[in-house]
Design a binder for this molecule. Structure first.
Ligand code: AMP
Ligand code: TRP
Length: 334
């Protein structure tokens, strides 16, 4: 039986999307929209696994939708909605809480990172977060999931859950085993201040990341201050192995200029990093600042964004309800 290809991905509405989200996920979302049917979800239920100020959460959901549109997602082509508006996500997550194993969750590195040293105080939601993520994907029987490398382990768990459900309920091939789509060189954009940490919304210093809403001046200052290397740019990638900050800048440049890493090194070897930084700043300004301006413009008309969410909810809910009917049947729920 050949299964229809369907893309699903989610982004948390925790404010301020950055260059890591853009290169690791959003650009891929836009590309895939041309090739396949796609569902893109603002995962507000995932966001509340750590406390969110309710007013800010609402604004952040709309800002995330605005960022989707500003980077090129088309609501006529792709389904765009927020997770909590389709109750099937929470219902299937409960069923998956009963399929997934404690031992599987205990291995999740994101929980260990986010919960920090005092795990007793983390919310139960944060612990079972990957089960909800599996439910997001499998509620639609999605086959392909574009994400950054940090989500690979969660995707593997989703596959384990799908497989166990299919075995337990004797329904081979009922849930597809979703495939991660992880970009090659930009699956993990690193912090501009510390090349061993990923670029993240939660890092304290704003100088560690380029935000989609940054203006030209901010981008220029951040790249100028970014850590690089005191030696000249080498002609061989191997020589960058222990220089994560320098490699990160070269990776970003290669991706935005659509030039292979080898070509970039050919062109730049023997030059100082300031040369790369000047060129990178110009490229980032021309690619990112129009996105930021578009986000600001879209946020001036919140009712338009609400309408997009409502339309997306209707479309998503139809697929979700149809699948849930079969899922309840398999489990034996009346
Ligand atoms: P989040 O904002 O954590 O919901 O992430 C949204 C998407 O961006 C996910 O697919 C992440 O894997 C991806 N992502 C987040 N940070 C980075 C990063 N530093 N480099 C590459 N991808 C990232
Ligand atoms: N956990 C993902 C992140 O933090 C967000 C997410 C939630 C997601 N549900 C998903 C991503 C389903 C892909 C598919 O980035």
């Amino acid at each position: 039986m050949s299964k229809k290809k369907l893309v699903f991905s989610g982004v948390q509405p925790t404010g301020n999307l950055h260059l890591g989200n853009y290169l690791g996920a959003l650009k891929n979302f836009v590309y895939l929209q041309k090739e396949m049917e796609c569902i893109y979800c603002v995962v507000d239920l995932h966001a509340i696994t750590v406390f969110q100020n309710p007013k800010e959460l609402k604004n952040n959901v709309l800002e995330t939708v605005a960022s989707f549109l500003a980077t090129g997602l088309n609501p006529e082509k792709s389904v765009i909605f927020n997770q909590s508006s389709v109750s099937g996500h929470a219902e299937l997550a409960w069923i998956f809480n009963c399929v997934s194993r404690i031992g599987w969750l205990n291995r999740m590195t994101q929980f260990k990172d986010k919960a920090g040293s005092d795990k007793e105080k983390a919310s139960v939601g944060l612990y079972i977060y990957p089960n909800l993520m599996a439910s997001d994907i499998l509620l639609y029987k999605a086959t392909h999931v574009p994400v950054g490398a940090d989500q690979k382990q969660h995707l593997e768990l989703s596959r384990d859950i799908a497989q166990k459900f299919n075995n337990d309920f004797n329904c081979k091939d009922f849930f597809p085993l979703p495939e991660p789509l992880i970009p090659k060189n930009v699956s993990r954009i690193m912090s501009l201040r510390d090349g061993t940490k990923k670029m993240s919304k939660s890092e304290e210093s704003d100088y560690s990341r380029i935000n989609l809403k940054d203006n030209a001046d901010e981008i220029s200052k951040k790249i100028k201050k970014a850590k690089s290397d005191s030696e000249q740019i080498p002609n061989n990638l191997k020589l960058l192995e222990n220089k994560p900050e320098a490699l990160n800048l070269i990776n970003i440049y290669s991706e935005i200029s659509k030039t292979s890493l080898e070509k970039v090194l050919n062109e730049m070897s023997g030059k100082e990093y300031s040369y790369l930084k000047t060129k990178l700043t110009d490229l980032l300004i021309s690619e990112i600042t129009p996105v930021g301006k578009e986000i600001a413009k879209l946020l001036r008309d919140k009712s338009h964004l609400m309408k997009i969410l409502e339309k997306g909810r209707e479309k998503a809910n139809i697929i979700a309800e149809e699948n849930l009917k079969n899922i309840r049947e398999k489990v034996g729920l009346i």
